[in-house]
Design a binder for this molecule. Sequence first.
Ligand SMILES: [Zn+2]
Ligand SMILES: [Zn+2]
Length: 263
Amino acid sequence: MIFADLHTHSSFSSDSDEPLRAMAETAVEKGLKTLCFTEHQDFDYPQAGEFMLDVPAYRAEYLKARDEFAGKIELLFGVELGLLSYMPDTLRKFAKSAEFDFIIGSLHQIDGLDPYYPEYFEKMGGKNGVARFFEEMLASVKAFDDYDVLGHFDYIVRYSPERGYSPLDFREVTDEILKTVIAGGKGIEINSKGVKSLGYPHPHPFVLERYKELGGEIITIGSDAHNKDGIADDFDRAEQALKNAGFEYYAVFRERMPWFERV
Ligand SMILES: [Zn+2]
Ligand SMILES: [Zn+2]
């Protein structure tokens, strides 16, 4: 069983309205032992000011909740930091700016566009849009390495016209990304949000197998919940994906160090 959700958003993220405390309460009800908040911070986002995290306010609220919920659940202080290959110094400075337990590095913008919006694929085309995403992801992990796991590896295909992809078509670049992640001592996550739209959690089982074959060991599990109902959603499927790829452990990060839990 998986008892730790390491990817969640409360109202400190621009795209969530859920109070942090309500997230913690629900995580207790769902029987989790650990919940990590990973609020959004995206520099240089196309809509200026969106996804800028108020770290001091978030930290203060987190510390209150951590004490209040002590003995019921372990709450961790994380961030989902938007990767940008062209401003690694800004990202480095941010990563050091607070006592984060955990940093997910996620690519949310490519060439000034957020692939969540249709404009991205209209402009790039289906296959090319996916290829460009992976190229930018590779450039990002080569430029910046102060993250712990690479977030939702192939989430972009949720928004592609084909709603999915053939991972073999992109193997060269995705292998390069995985090798860079592994060589840097970083991990990836299984993000269960993919199940509802694609039928499998991110990343595609093929990518997870390649990660294992290339020597990857660190995997965190996250729901990417933006409200309390989404916490630990489809974790049975995430567990299945983990085991199918031959992993027996998942990781929980505390003070930026991985601890391994047997699944
Ligand atoms: Zn994300
Ligand atoms: Zn997220």
